[in-house]
Each structure stands twice: as structure tokens, then as C-alpha cells.
Design a protein around this ligand. Structure first.
Ligand code: BYC
Length: 480
């Protein structure tokens, strides 16, 4: 079988010769109805019968891997797709560096590996749950389609992790696969595993911020797992990254279009001071200071997903060859990090200071730094839109100590510049930094659906080009 092509003959599309693997095929077929029940219960609310112009992977060849067509979401062909195996691939880092990459789970690392797969798997359905109400307030059919595309692909990413669990982790893998369908985002009794995936995504600006900031954490974590010495995990993550790029595109261009519409409306109305919030809001667009607060919220929630700055879990996973650094294979050092150090921002004697820590223990920090750099590039592109329209305002990422719940800074309150605040000052000033109830109410008041082709809600600019090069009046979703 040609590994680049996907076999669509059976119930479960795949490029892993599932037909020859009776045990795993049966296990997945058993899991499938539970997945569909989950999708029907927790997937996009109200649009399950709509015909959505979606891309489906037909190959894992990076050139021309997807085909577009109208699909009812419950009939989407979720499948198991791994990037082709690279001949002679080795473990690239850690104590096993230079050994053949593992095609089976190394016994001594079974628990660690399972935990990484389960955590990754848990985030995928969580994001679908968080976004399930958004279809009803989509600002256009174009945006609605993008939301549903992201949702079905997050569903497929769940399949990707479940395949690894079912194939490589026996009975406990099967139990974990079931549990992934049982937990629910935000449920007090059975929450999702990581904090940010239990938060609400109440409006479309949040959705765009989430796909910009949180899907970008997804990219970083998947890039780190794509380096894994456990080859099936590496191959799975490599293909997931192909899909992930569109999710970040949705986030980045979504925020860009909100900013663009705001700045254009201000210009038309002759408002030059971006801080005249009430005047700007009267134009029916989202003022830039509120966009900044939303960015502060989603950036800080996402930083928590990198874990603690100093982490033995991260050190162990690297040492074992299971989880590398961001694009490990392009870095130039010994890839073992036994003796090196890495500067880490820490809380020392009540002050935020840089301290050199053993490089192995600081791997979460290193990945987070790479992430912050990547976010900053995107924020720079947003600022270009603002300055080109001629509004004096600059969006900025808040300090990494701001509004944290995990790690060094979870015990303090800091402002967006990293100045430590007393609890009382934080309470007084919180609404300067994070969306207040009034901000949320205002944004919610704008969330009116626009379901006519070619039309867009007044708070967001149309995109520059259509999906799959479709014209501006294309009907991306046929609502039935
Ligand atoms: N919430 O040693 P530490 C995506 C726990 S997003 C709750 O610092 P470690 C996507 C931690 O579990 C990417 N608990 O942790 C995006 C540990 O507990 P135990 C998802 C947390 O392991 C958008 C303890 O605190 N993938 O794909 O170094 C849409 C000590 O922590 C949190 C991954 O994350 C938290 N935020 O780092 C859809 C990759 N943080 O074990 C999808 C896999 C830490 O002592 N995961 N804890 O009981 C990992 O690599 C790591 O587990 C983490 C945490 C980076 C998450």
C-alpha cells in the first residue's frame, strides 16, 4: 500500500493498513459509536445537519493532501493518518541518542509516554466542547465554515491519539480512550485535564484569540512530540501539524479582521484617540483596549499550558527521548543537555529575577520562550494593520508573570508589565488588564449571526481571499 494514500474503503479511513490489524481495527470499531455519540452530544450545537464545505485529508503528501466538498459533520471521514515513516530514523536526543527510533513502546517508559498521549488527546475534544455554541453567532458563513473545519480536525486529532492508545497500550490504553470521551470541559466533577481547556470560549473574539494563542501552544507541543524517539507518535504529530497550520491562520486572520474593521470605522468617524472607548463602541466595533484585554487573558491562560518553569517531568521526558525541544532536529548542540544551563525567570525573595537553571529542568521554559517569540511575531503583524490605517495604538503581550495559575508566578499578582501588586491593588485594577463583565456584555451584544452568503457582521472585515479560492459570495455552509 502507498503510505501517502488514504484507504477510504472501510469504516475508518487510514494509511496504517488497519485492514491487516484485526485487533486494533475491532477496538477502534468498538470505540467509534461512543465517539459519534460524543460528537452528537458535544459537537457544534444546532448545525449537525448543515452541509459544510470542508476539507478532508485524502493523502499525507504535504502537496495536495486535502479535498474540499460539502459534508454533514457527523458524516465527516475521521481517520488515522500518519506521516510516512522515515527510513533509518534515529532517536535524536537524550540518553538514547543515536539508537534506532522505537517502533514499539519501550517498556520502561510506558507510563510516561501514555501520560503524554493522554494529555495531548484530552485537549482535542475539550476545544470542540468549548466552541460548541459559537455556530449560532457566526459573523458570516465563511467564519462558520472555518469554525467547523477546526472542530472536525480537532475530532480527528482525538482519533490520532486514540489510535496510539489502542494500538500500543493494551487494556489501559483502551480505558484511557474511553475516558477521553467521558471528561467534559468545565465540568466540576469530570473536567478536562489542563486548565485552559476548562475555560469558556464565550464569543468569536475569544475563539480567534484561542486559535491564535492556544492552538499555537498546540503547534509547539506537537513540534516537541514530533521529535519523539517513539516513531508512531512522531509520525502522528507530524501529520497533525499540517492541519494545525489552518487553525492558527483562522486565529491570526480573525483577530486581524476585527482590528482592521475597528480601525477603519474609527477613521471614517474621525476618532483618533483609541481610548475613547464609548465613542468607538457606538460604531458597533470592538475598541482596541478591549482587544488588548482579550489578548492578555488568552495569552496568560495559554502560558499555563507549558507547565512549571522547573520541571522534572519535562527533564525525564527529554532524557528518555520521548519529548524534544521545539524543532530539536534543527538545533545545534549535543542534544543531551547534561551539563548546560538555561536562564529562567523566577520569583526570588519576592522579586522577579533571571536565574540560570540546569538546562534539562528548564525545558518547559525553553519551549515557552520559543512560543512567546512566535506570538510576538503575530502581534507585530497585527500592529502593522493598526499603524497602516494610522491609529496610534500598539498591542503588546503582557509580562509572563501576569495572571498565572501554574508555576513560579501562580503565588503572586502582577500587572501586565510584571510589577508585583498587592491583592487589594490587583482587585482594584483587574478590570484594567482583563475583560470586565461590562466588556463581555458589550462583545456579546455584537454577536448576532450573519448567515447570508457574502455578508459579514459589522464588527469584522471580510477576508482577503476565500477558502479553496472560492468567490466572495460562495455559500460555505448550507443551513438546513
Ligand atoms: N493544568 O512538572 P510540571 C493543543 C500538572 S494544546 C493542570 O510542570 P509537566 C490544542 C502536571 O500535569 C497542547 N495541571 O508538568 C490546542 C503535573 O502533574 P502530575 C497539548 C497542570 O509535565 C488548541 C504537575 O502539574 N499538549 O494541542 O512538565 C486546541 C507538575 O507540573 C498544568 C501537551 O500539553 C496545567 N496547565 O508539563 C486543541 C503535550 N501544567 O503529573 C488542542 C503533552 C502542569 O505531577 N503534555 N500541570 O500529577 C506535556 O508535555 C506536559 O504534561 C505539560 C505539563 C506541558 C502539560
Amino acid at each position: 500500500m502507498n503510505i501517502a494514500q488514504v484507504d477510504y474503503d472501510g469504516l475508518i479511513p487510514n494509511n496504517v493498513a488497519l485492514g491487516n490489524d484485526v485487533r486494533v481495527k475491532r477496538a477502534l470499531e468498538k470505540w467509534h459509536p461512543g465517539y459519534l455519540n460524543w460528537w452528537n452530544d458535544m459537537g457544534p450545537e444546532g448545525f449537525q445537519q448543515a452541509l459544510v464545505y470542508l476539507r478532508t485529508a485524502v493523502s499525507v503528501d504535504p502537496k495536495g493532501w486535502a479535498k474540499f466538498d460539502y459534508v454533514r459533520m457527523p458524516e465527516y471521514r475521521w481517520g488515522i493518518l500518519l506521516a510516512p515513516q522515515m527510513e533509518g530514523r534515529k532517536v535524536n536526543f537524550g540518553m538514547h541518542k543515536g539508537e534506532e527510533a522505537w517502533q514499539e513502546v519501550p517498556g520502561e517508559y510506558r507510563a510516561m509516554l501514555r501520560r503524554l498521549v493522554v494529555i495531548q488527546g484530552d485537549t482535542e475534544p475539550a476545544s470542540v466542547e468549548q466552541q460548541r455554541h459559537l455556530g449560532k453567532t457566526a459573523p458570516s458563513l465563511y467564519d462558520m465554515r472555518n469554525l467547523f473545519q477546526v472542530n472536525v480536525e480537532e475530532g480527528r486529532h482525538l482519533w490520532a491519539m486514540v489510535y496510539l492508545l489502542q494500538k500500543y497500550f493494551g487494556t489501559d490504553g483502551r480505558e484511557e480512550a474511553e475516558a477521553l470521551l467521558q471528561r467534559r470541559s468545565g465540568d466540576p466533577d469530570t473536567p478536562r485535564m489542563l486548565g485552559a481547556f476548562n475555560e469558556k470560549t464565550p464569543d468569536w473574539l475569544s475563539f480567534f484569540m484561542f486559535t491564535f494563542f492556544t492552538d499555537r501552544d498546540g503547534k509547539m507541543q506537537l513540534e516537541a512530540l514530533a521529535q519523539s524517539g517513539f516513531d508512531p507518535l512522531s509520525r502522528t504529530c507530524r501529520f497533525m501539524l499540517t492541519e494545525e497550520a489552518h487553525h492558527m491562520f483562522v486565529g491570526e486572520t480573525g483577530v486581524t479582521r476585527v482590528i482592521q474593521r475597528t480601525c477603519e470605522a474609527m477613521k471614517e468617524a474621525g476618532i483618533t484617540d483609541p481610548h475613547e472607548v464609548e465613542k468607538v463602541r457606538k460604531l458597533g466595533v470592538i475598541d482596541l483596549p478591549t482587544i488588548q484585554k482579550k489578548a492578555n487573558l488568552h495569552f496568560s491562560l495559554t502560558l499555563d499550558l507549558f507547565g512549571s518553569e522547573i520541571s522534572t517531568n519535562a527533564a525525564n521526558a527529554f532524557h528518555a527521548g520521548l519529548k524534544g525541544r521545539y524543532r530539536e532536529d534543527r538545533l545545534k548542540d549535543d542534544h543531551q543537555l547534561e551539563g548546560g544551563t538555561y536562564p529562567v525567570l523566577r520569583l526570588i525573595d519576592g522579586k522577579i529575577r533571571n536565574e540560570d537553571a540546569p538546562a534539562l529542568s528548564a525545558l518547559n521554559m525553553r519551549l515557552r520562550d520559543d512560543y512567546v517569540g512566535d506570538c510576538n511575531n503575530g502581534v507585530g503583524r497585527w500592529n502593522k494593520v493598526i499603524s497602516e490605517i494610522g491609529i496610534p495604538f500598539e498591542l503588546k503581550l503582557p509580562h509572563v508573570a501576569f495572571h498565572r495559575h501554574i508555576g513560579e508566578f501562580s503565588s503572586i499578582k502582577a500587572d501586565v508589565n510584571g510589577q508585583i501588586l498587592s491583592d487589594a491593588d490587583w482587585q482594584k485594577r483587574r478590570n484594567e488588564f482583563l475583560p470586565s463583565d461590562a466588556d463581555r456584555d458589550f462583545i456579546e451584544s455584537l454577536m448576532k449571526p450573519e448567515t447570508e452568503p457574502a455578508k459579514f457582521a459589522g464588527w469584522i472585515a471580510p477576508p482577503k481571499v476565500g477558502i479553496d479560492n472560492k468567490p466572495g459570495d460562495f455559500e460555505y455552509v448550507k443551513i438546513v
